[in-house]
Design a protein around this ligand. Sequence first.
Ligand code: COA
Ligand code: AMP
Length: 634
Amino acid sequence: MYADLISRAETDPEGYWSEQSNKLAWFRKPTQTRTMASDGLADWFADGELNTAYLCLDYHVEQGRGDVEALIYDSPVTGVVKRYTYRDLLGKVAQFAGALTELGVVKGDRVIIYLPMIPEAVIAMLACARIGAIHSVVFGGFAARELATRIDDATPKVILTASCGIEFQQVIPYLPLVNEACDLATHKVEHRVILQRQQLQAELDDTDLDWVALASLAGPVACVPLKATDPLYILYTSGTTGKPKGVVRDNGGHAVALLHSMEVIYDVGPADVFWAASDVGWVVGHSYIVYAPLLAGCTSVLFEGKPVRTPDAGTFWRVIADYKVNVFFTAPTAFRAIRKEDPQGSLLAAYDVSSLRALFVAGERTDPATYQWLCQLLNIPVIDHWWQTETGWPVAAIPLGVEALPVHEGGAGIRMPGFEIAILSDQHEVCEPGEEGDVVLKLPLPPGCLPTVYGNHQRLVDAYLVQHPGYYHTGDGGYLDQEDYLFIMGRTDDVINVAGHRLSTGEMEEIVAAHASVAECAVVGIADPNKGQVPLGLLVLKDDNETSAEDLQTALVSSVRRDIGAFANFRRAIVVARLPKTRSGKILRQIIRKIADDADFEHPATIDDPDILEEIRMRFMEEQVGLVGGELSG
Ligand code: COA
Ligand code: AMP
């Protein structure tokens, strides 16, 4: 029962997690379960030795499960389907690990993976894990500047990339972006390995290495034993400042937590097919396309396409039917896109999706209309659950594998074993049920959560631990109901969530502020019926500006696209009289967010609607802003 699990994890955390750790085939079993650090965080299984790639592949083959399908690659954008058994995938990973070894990559070296949703991305991640190299996957939609920032922070020895990605029908050449990033970065990468895809043959530099040629010459290498606390990967995520944080994941705690989540939350085991329709560039992809399904020994689906127009809004149903998917996980925005094209869900009728037992959604708030639509259409549990890059696995969910607790509509589930969620006021007081405050997690965090920020542990302390002593600050606001279910209301910092993509408004502001006509600016998230939120630029212009508002918007839209990527969906910037400020001249971001949130949109409209833009502009007229700013700035 759920209550027993929670109580056990709380009263005897070491016993609980030690028991969970016994489910893994360690090279050296840990004798220490939890070691506390002075900052309130903990190291897990510090003296244990293991290899995550071994647990994901070799272990299953050794158990006689080599012929089970590990990965099904389905790519409607290229018309390709490929299936890999555990034995196949092990062969490819061991060989590619050999190729990396020949390039001089050893334990602890960083490798950047900038690839679309193709099997080579999974192979590359596991090959790094096999030899103890630390991978850092960069989402393929990020532009050159973002890639350069990550190159300089992670200082990789090697970059693994491809000739192109495919967005709907459009071929996106990767190498020009990689070339620009390498030019922008101060750190010089030793090797670049490029996979030539059929859709585009990239022109390689003399020093570039061809993926297939390199791999074909290499022999397989064995798994390197790693300490549980050795890093498995770095995944950069947006924070309040312009510079993304390199969230580090360890090997031991991660493997234990992810396997546990497959059992307890998703109720998925070796005979099952699990599909997370996300991208390997995000934490959902790391945890639930690659590591957790393979640790659990089930079949994972890797999908290269979109929920719509590849070829139509029935594509998700087709994949579920083709591979008899048992549990499916995606972001609500994907279903909003499907519902927009097929409001009646008529396309579902063509497919047999009876294999599907449960649907999990996360990454952003699920709007009630989409939730209801899904429940009625599928007639299976639709479970909204909540977590973040930093935690690595769900903090709140419904523990389907233990007890199918009722869903509280609009909520993101109930806390999972190991997590203690609290809602605190600005004065660190515990809020009453139903009262909104900061969503925080009591320290120490359970296995699988971030042990540090790469190269800068103080950044972890400053970003997450100082706001509420004794707690990890999630950056989300919300409340707990009477029965302890969590309701997330949105971010309380300068992070916005655009189509399930986490973005820093601070980063966008840096780009916008660099324009010669802009005196000062703020970027704020505005509710959007399709993407959840979209960014809007608010500009105060220099007195001598001669650029028209329209030209300025065009220039800024193209700058954000060029510097961050098209997925930021920065499409609108409006000129306002001034921004609310404190007496000392600091921009009051909280008030700006509130003005944007309060915009009373009478009908579902987007910021493409001129009336909506005008309404927001009005709210930033001098008198109104002065009034609100004056009230709160004291
Ligand atoms: N490479 C290059 N460009 C990309 C890209 C990528 N990997 N991903 C998105 N883009 C581009 C799109 O082509 C589009 O470009 P355009 O402005 O030229 O048309 C732009 O970025 C907007 O992207 P997006 O807002 O993502 O819309 P979309 O129609 O491409 O995709 C979804 C819609 C719902 C499929 C997508 O947003 C999605 O998968 N979101 C969920 C993210 C996620 O998994 N989060 C984790 C929680 S589960
Ligand atoms: P990421 O680190 O990219 O996974 O983004 C994590 C953030 O996405 C969280 O801090 C939330 O703001 C948001 N988020 C994730 N899941 C949910 C959910 N189920 N409901 C509301 N917001 C969510």
